[in-house]
Ligand binder design. Sequence first.
Ligand SMILES: Cc1ncc(COP(=O)(O)O)c(C=O)c1O
Length: 393
Amino acid sequence: MHDEPAFIPFCRPTIEEDEIASVVETLRSGWITTGPKVAAFETAFAEFAGAPIALAVNSATAGLHVTLAALGIGPGDEVITASMTWPSVVNAIELLGAQPIFADVDEDTLQIDPAHVRSLLSPRTKALVPVHFAGQPADLDALEVAISGGDAVIVEDAAHAIGTEYRGRHIGSRPQPAVFSFHPIKNITTGEGGMITCHDEALADSIRTLRFHGVSKDAWNRYGRSGSARYEVVDPGWKFNMLDIQAALGIQQLQKVERFNSARAERALRYAEAFAGVDAIRPLGVVPYPHTHAWHLYIVRLDAERGGLSRDELISAMAARGVGVGLHFTPVHQHAYYREKYALQPGHLPRTEAVGEQILSLPLYPTLSFDDQDRVIRTLLDVLCDSETVRVA
Ligand SMILES: Cc1ncc(COP(=O)(O)O)c(C=O)c1O
């Protein structure tokens, strides 16, 4: 009997010795919550993204929530976003008392469709939240044209887009707010964490207040040398601040983002080559405008008829053979709460719904060895072969 090969996880953060040392140093420093490390991380991230302001929070979910709140989104307002996303922003819209309006996506790239966005505009539309899906940018110029003539502003969901470029510039460099995620699956991590970039000082002030209880000073200022102990709630807010422990990790990770992203790109290319002749498997399409892909996710679409099994069967079979696979995403408008509250019938978003049954995400991270990646590829092809209808060109 020989040992079972080790399970290949779907994702794994890349944590090196300097990150560990930096966190330990912070733990020993006597200041572990929001403080100088967070301030330094904000400065470094702003510079990286090409934005004048960056504001750290404890997740992208928190960042989307607090940004929409600071923009005054509330009851009576509509916010357009994709359904092909993680529920974060949709829940935030709902929790603020506004109504999410779901836009369909391009079925090849899964980017939000500007023409559909345009058709959904109403006098109540206050914001549009496009997702830079899987690490490719949404078509921001086309989306600006789509919402022109109304009052809506764009808030970019840049959770997948650390290092993504649109027309030669980093996501986060445009004037509107963009919200990044540092969850462990993301291109760089702080354990959990998020960052909002923006250009507007007044908006930034409002976010600073709302991310920390709605009090007019944060803890560092209150207890630091320059601070006074007095504080006042000016607007009820949340406890969304990032810790120095997290920022210690983030500062080190940010210095490696190009190395990490090129390791992702290298592995993405290997997948693309491996699947080039397999007609049951189709990787997502490439957006047709100038961009740099951050390769947050490697998503393929399964043609169930050609493959001889469903996407869910494929995911289970791969897990049984020791390969972790992800699903990004189950469309949000199909989740019970939204489906029932807004009486959304099947067929509401035909492209999102069709693709939602076909997609799966393969392991993609800098420490995924080529041997393990080859095993992922072989496992996928074996499962398809075992379903007996695969056709390899
Ligand atoms: C598109 C998108 N937006 C937002 C988020 C939320 O990020 P966080 O986990 O940092 O709250 C995610 C998380 O996976 C995401 O995929």
